[in-house]
Design a protein around this ligand. Structure first.
Ligand code: PRX
Length: 637
């Protein structure tokens, strides 16, 4: 099945060259490895002005037939999914491909029975339990569009996402386990639904055995519904360009965007990139520690691995529970061969001390991956030396929610590795660097804004309900280019090193937040007049959140109680994950005469670079900068 797997540098070079010179022939060949109900006609139609991108036009398929049905003959009894619970003492559960197919069919039949139809949007708000994977695939099976919302988001954030895409159905659970804590989940949905009008029914998975509020006629227990369905469900035929899912991500404006991915192109690229980057072999056990609430989980826990007939591990818990050796214990327990995690996790485990790693053998490991933010050299070396025992390649994979799959990365065991460098683009991906005017910067040892100049199958098609927003965000900054929002360097050997976001997006522990989004949440507090949020380097999280806040009564409210209340606002409006690390009360913000906040200055202060603030003479009130600098919060605050 995967004879599109590249096996040497020469094969990579040849594939890359073909993909640039004859992209359509290249992708035709890759796509032919999947099972299509009807073969596509034209391979590609595109322009980046509208934008309008279509791949494998008129092709018909169902992605779940590719993830499950087509494997049954050869891999029916192969383990598809290993589920490792939060509590190390609870039994892990293994599902074969045949069993996953049955579970997905049952879930799909329940959804159908409860009125979900092709094209309906289904919000999935679940913790990392097997039913999350089944729900995602069940939606895909019947052509419903899933919108998975990370279970750490607050009721307000859930409501916003449900309303934006007009979800008719929600799948959730009574509660969730997170390390030593048990946290309510259904109650959050109940709270969210006070602000939603489109949701008709809710399916509730019993994870904790908690009694929860169940509204008759609206709320249904999954385990009860299971009794009334069988395990056969014909997959719905989808057009290649039908939407497969929506996933919300933050941009530089206050409102998260619903990134829409299509069935055909996403499938082709998710499987292709998974197989090549990780060099998956038939008997490997693969573990990606992301949450399915983020794109990494979509593409590299669920779709990519299952498309390639892999054994994928899903973990309910956290790296620090019961202690900082949990990841390594799980690797030994399940003989994990390929391990994919985030720099923030590596840094926090590094801080916990190497003894936790040394307590385990980790001999099964063959390849390691990193994703979500730039990995610093120290963390890369620690990961390579102590986890990979200096024998496993570490692939630093650069990509985005919008790209659907890994774009720039080494191929494990094949490409040259350089710490903290994502490396070369995958075949089919044509990254370029441009200057502020959109002029291409050629040659090596150069730095610029990272853009992609040619379409690839899994690229964003639109932002749900607002195509213009998609155009403005990604295609209007530089004509005829997809703009990533990242800055990058191209080194002497053509390898890319990602520098980080150049827009008003902060990357906290590998999760994206718009500064405006956090400011909106802070401003909900009645004591706040205005706020400005910037990122600053944080040892563990990559970036921390630094908030400058103007209070309505500085003398009275300048205290820790107000700080706690502001944090509560953020927890309430977004979720715990977006909590500011530092809050500085200020009497003014550095603004230009036209009223624009000079974030550059605030960033420098947050970074502690107070001697290079640049020209402040054009500010409306240069004195506020002095005050901000004097009262700045340092690392120890
Ligand atoms: O800034 C880049 C950073 O994460 C952003 C995308 O975030 P998101 O859509 O949430 O997807 C994260 C998982 C794919 C990018 O614009 N980023 C992601 N991977 C890397 C990275 N920065 C540096 N190196 C990476 N490997």
């Amino acid at each position: 099945m995967s004879n599109f797997k590249i096996k040497s540098v020469e094969e990579y070079n040849a594939a890359y060259q073909l993909s640039v010179e004859q992209p359509e022939a290249f992708w035709d060949h890759i796509a032919s490895h999947y099972s299509w109900r009807k073969k596509w006609g034209k391979t590609l139609e595109w322009n980046f002005q509208e934008p309008n991108v279509k791949w494998f036009i008129d092709g018909k398929l169902n992605i779940t037939e590719n993830c499950l049905d087509r494997h049954i003959e050869q891999r029916g009894n192969k383990i598809a999914l290993i589920w490792e619970p939060n509590d190390a003492k609870e039994k892990a559960v293994r599902y074969t491909y045949r069993e996953v197919l049955k579970e997905v069919n049952k879930m799909a039949n329940i959804l159908r029975k409860l009125g979900v139809q092709k094209g309906d949007r289904v919000c999935i708000y679940l913790p990392m339990i097997p039913e999350l994977t089944f729900s995602v695939l069940a939606c895909a099976r019947i052509g419903a569009i899933h919108s998975v919302v990370f279970a750490g988001f607050s009721a307000n954030a859930v409501a916003d996402r449900i309303n934006d895409s007009g979800c008719k159905f929600v799948i959730t659970s009574d509660g969730l386990n997170r390390g030593p804590k048990q946290i309510p989940v259904k109650a959050v949905v109940d709270e969210a639904l006070v602000h939603c009008t489109t949701v008709e029914k809710i399916l509730v998975v019993d994870r904790l055995g908690w009694p929860v509020n169940m509204e008759v006629g609206r709320d249904f227990w999954y385990h009860e519904e299971l009794k009334n369905v069988n395990d056969q469900c014909e997959a719905v035929e989808m057009d290649s360009e039908d939407p497969l899912f929506i996933l919300y991500t933050s941009g530089s404006t206050g409102k998260p965007k619903g990134v829409v991915h299509s069935c055909g192109g996403y499938m082709v690229y998710a499987g292709y990139s998974f197989s090549n980057v990780f060099q998956y072999n038939e008997s490997d056990v693969y573990w990606c520690t992301a949450d399915i609430g983020w794109i990494t989980g979509h593409s590299y826990i669920v779709y990519g691995p299952l498309l390639m007939g892999a054994t994928t591990l899903m973990f309910e818990g956290v790296p620090s529970y019961p202690d900082a050796g949990r990841f390594w214990q799980v690797i030994d327990k399940h003989s994990v061969n390929i391990f994919y995690t985030a720099p923030t996790a590596i840094r926090s485990l590094m801080a916990a001390g190497v003894d936790h790693v040394l307590a385990y053998s980790l001999h099964s490991l063959k390849a390691l991956g990193s994703v979500g933010e730039p990995i610093n050299e120290e963390a890369w070396h620690w990961y390579h030396t102590h986890v990979g025992k200096s024998k496993c390649p570490v692939v630093d994979t650069w990509w985005q929610t919008e790209t659907g799959g890994i774009m720039i990365s080494a191929l494990a065991g094949i490409s040259e590795l350089k710490p903290a460098h994502a490396g070369l683009p995958l075949p089919g991906i044509q990254p370029i660097l441009v200057d502020g005017d959109g002029k291409e910067i050629t040659g090596n040892n150069v730095e610029g804004y990272l853009c992609i100049k040619f379409p690839w199958p899994s690229m964003i098609r639109t932002t749900y309900g607002d195509h213009e927003r998609c155009r403005i965000n990604y295609f209007a900054t530089y004509p005829n280019l997809y703009f990533t929002g990242d800055g990058a360097r191209r080194e002497s050997n053509g390898m890319f090193r990602i520098i980080g976001r150049v827009d008003d997006v902060i990357n906290v522990s590998g999760h994206r937040f718009g500064t405006a989004e956090i400011e909106n949440a802070i401003n909900q507090n009645k004591k706040v007049i205005e706020s400005a949020v910037v990122g600053y380097p944080h040892d563990i999280k990559g970036q921390g959140i630094y908030a400058y806040v103007i209070l309505n009564d500085y003398e009275e409210n300048n205290n820790n109680q107000t700080r706690d209340e502001i944090i509560e606002s953020v927890v309430e409006y977004i979720g715990r994950i977006a909590k500011p690390d530092k809050i500085q009360f200020v009497t003014g913000l550095p603004k230009t005469r036209s009223g624009k906040i000079m974030r550059r200055i605030l960033r420098k202060v947050a970074e502690g670079e107070i001697n290079s603030l640049g020209d402040t003479s054009t500010l409306l009130d240069p004195l506020v900068v002095e005050e901000i600098v004097t009262n700045r919060l340092t690392t120890s605050d």
